[in-house]
Ligand binder design. Structure first.
Ligand code: NAI
Length: 348
């Protein structure tokens, strides 16, 4: 692994290796780009097979955050923290140490939640830095609600793009993962009269949400090939790859999970198969919008305004993709990188 070569190729500004003697914390901070404004990114705590794998994930995720910020036209760039989830780490102290590190960066990077970093971890972090998401009433709040509303409005835009008009009562949506975002999305869809089928590997959670919302429950092994209008991945990434692609039985894939496509070429293959894939980094940016506006402008943008913003972004990307007869993921990425290039080299 040649870190400096990878940084040069993708234009990274900085990669920091983390080690804290007191707590045992080990990990990486990657700052991809701050041309538009400070970097924003979540803290992922995960068990990786190697430190190289963790570093690559950190680079990839921070790179994707820059695309997300550019598409949403935010005055912000991409960053990420990846922490190695290893035995023996004192996590309260580890997050506090990370907070001191983020504070020392002086506002060049804002850290937020991600897989493995929830309210408790954020509370340890904000004790040490101003540049992190406060999980309490002083923070941006409603992050999952913003993501869910963005996904809902993006889904709406995708169906309107295909059908011209939209009658939710004729639409069937499979929601994979009924966690914070998936549950709210399912609720929103039920309120609109859509037929909702939900799935979660956590069977207690599945039962509870099925009972609460009166939706149909589905075994998690059935999700991919269950016939529906929209498949909404709201669990983990990597869902669509060589083996799963052909089994899909949906018109649209649109959900909150990051990196749903194992590789960009799987987006091309979905396009060839006639399945409309709404790029995750376009449709799931609700929480990012709320967080950046809160930190940089000191206000809480409303959930509905964020939904409208995401719906408009999705519509623009899908229209451009239709015009070019290209996969929306390729088009969105090209658009984001074009905007970044203009920022970096305004004279060109
Ligand atoms: P969460 O952790 O609250 O919920 C995820 C749910 O998925 C859990 O209930 C889990 O049991 C379930 N799950 C895991 N594997 C599954 C599988 N194979 N089949 C069915 N269910 C499965 O996470 P949250 O916050 O709802 O986020 C969902 C996804 O959206 C994640 O991938 C996250 O990275 C992404 N995302 C979330 C944002 C947010 O604002 N929370 C923002 C942008 C992306």
């Amino acid at each position: 692994m040649h870190l400096l070569d990878a940084m040069t190729r993708e234009g990274f500004e900085e990669v920091i290796a983390l080690h804290d003697r007191g707590s045992g914390l080990r990990g990486w901070i990657a700052i991809h780009d701050t041309s538009a404004g400070p970097a924003f990114g979540g803290i992922r705590r995960f068990t990786y097979r190697s430190e190289a794998e963790a570093m690559m994930d950190c680079l990839r995720l921070s790179r994707a955050m820059t695309d997300k910020c550019q598409l949403a036209r935010l005055p912000a760039g991409g960053g990420k923290v990846v922490l190695l989830d290893e035995p023996g780490v004192d996590w309260d102290r580890a997050y506090a140490a990370l907070g001191r590190k983020v504070e020392a960066m002086g506002g060049r990077f804002y850290a937020g939640p991600d897989v493995g970093t929830g309210q408790q971890e954020l509370a340890s972090l904000v004790g040490e830095t101003r540049f992190a998401t406060d999980p309490g009433p002083k923070g941006p709040g409603e992050l999952e609600g913003c993501t869910a509303e963005g996904v809902f409005r993006g889904m709406e835009a995708a169906l309107q793009h295909l059908d011209g008009k939209l009658d939710w009562s004729t639409q069937k949506v499979v929601v994979q993962g009924l966690g914070a975002v998936g549950r709210m999305l399912a609720k929103r869809l039920v309120e609109q009269g859509a037929q909702v089928v939900g799935s979660d590997v956590d069977t207690d959670r599945l039962e509870a949400v099925v009972a609460e919302l009166g939706i149909e429950g589905l075994d998690s092994t059935e999700v991919l090939h269950h016939p529906c209008d929209v498949l909404a991945p709201c669990a983990m990434g990597g869902l669509i790859h060589d083996l799963t692609l052909e089994r899909l039985n949906t018109r649209v894939v649109a959900g909150a999970a990051n990196n749903v496509l194992a590789r960009t070429l799987h987006g091309d293959r979905l396009h060839d198969l006639g399945v409309l894939y709404v790029p995750d980094f376009v449709i799931n940016s609700g929480a990012l919008i709320r967080g950046t506006v809160f930190h940089l402008e000191g206000r809480r943008e409303s959930v509905s305004a964020i939904g409208t913003r995401v719906g408009t972004m999705v519509r623009e990307v899908l229209e451009e993709a239709s015009r070019l007869d290209a996969a929306p993921t390729r088009v969105a990425r090209r658009l984001a990188r074009q905007r970044l290039k203009e920022l970096r080299d305004p004279a060109e």
